[in-house]
Design a protein around this ligand. Structure first.
Ligand code: SAM
Length: 237
């Protein structure tokens, strides 16, 4: 089999070595030697966009937060579902990933960053959620292997009770949070329910109709919080 060819490489503060490698038509993104994603497996990225945008009216302007960018498949799938007045904020922790998406990776998802509806924030998606309360109709989180951080240890704070509370508060009423994961986690479902989400699990295939199944936590925010305290971070049980 052909060896992988390193296309780009960067040393990123607080993250470590990030490598973009290619073999034939396939690209992979590696963080500290571990593969974070492959361009061959993006079925569940499309499913994320479908689940997150399912409740949005086609003709009403929507505001969607996507974290992180990866190869841009989720952003493209969201753009394909939204009208001209909608806005997508993409938060990406690793600046070179943004640069590569504007260059060598752009054709993979038909250059989503060139769409005027897209704004890129280079930084932590958790910070965007904390800063922007009641701002989004949908938040799509695909930053790791799921509720276990891989890219950065600080990502654990996206999935703990305070993290899911920030996501809840960053959504508009009736908004939807979708979290990508390599596998299910009952503890994470309970945490989402604890802050007031109603949760459904989807298991899309990674590639076409075959192959590995991933998990999507689809968490809908009711128009009103369950109780006056449910939108604040409760203590861990
Ligand atoms: C698996 S990829 C996302 C794939 C993406 N859904 C797509 O369509 O290509 C994960 C991305 O999240 C980024 N990331 C990791 N932690 C992040 C954070 N805390 N905030 C924003 N982006 C983050 C990584 O650098 C990487 O680009």
């Amino acid at each position: 089999m052909k060896p992988w060819e390193t296309v780009e490489r960067a040393e990123v503060p607080d993250v470590g070595e990030v490598v973009l490698a290619r073999r034939d038509e396939e690209y992979v993104l590696r963080v500290r030697g571990q593969t974070l994603m492959s361009s061959r497996q993006h079925g569940s990225e499309r499913a994320m966009a479908e689940a997150g945008c399912a409740n949005l009216a086609a003709d009403a302007p929507a505001r969607v937060l996507v974290g992180g960018l990866g190869f841009g498949f989720t952003v493209r799938a969201v753009l394909d579902r939204l009208g001209p007045g909608s806005r997508i904020v993409v938060a990406e922790l690793i600046s070179p990933v943004v640069e590569w998406n504007r260059g060598v990776l752009a054709p993979l998802a038909k250059a989503p960053l060139e769409d005027p509806r897209v704004t890129v924030v280079e930084g932590d998606v958790g910070k965007v959620m904390r800063r922007q309360q009641g701002a989004f109709d949908a938040i799509l989180l695909d930053v790791d292997n799921g509720p276990t951080a891989l890219t950065h240890p600080d990502n654990d704070s996206l999935y703990d009770i305070a993290g899911v509370s920030h996501a809840f508060n960053s959504l508009r009423s009736n908004g939807t949070l979708v979290v990508w994961s390599a596998g299910p986690s009952l503890a994470f479902v309970k945490r989402l329910e604890e802050v007031g989400f109603s949760v459904q699990l989807l298991h899309p295939t990674a590639h076409g109709t075959k192959g590995t199944r991933h998990t999507l936590f689809v968490a809908r925010r009711a128009s009103k919080a369950k109780s006056p305290s449910s939108s604040r971070p409760p203590s861990r049980r």
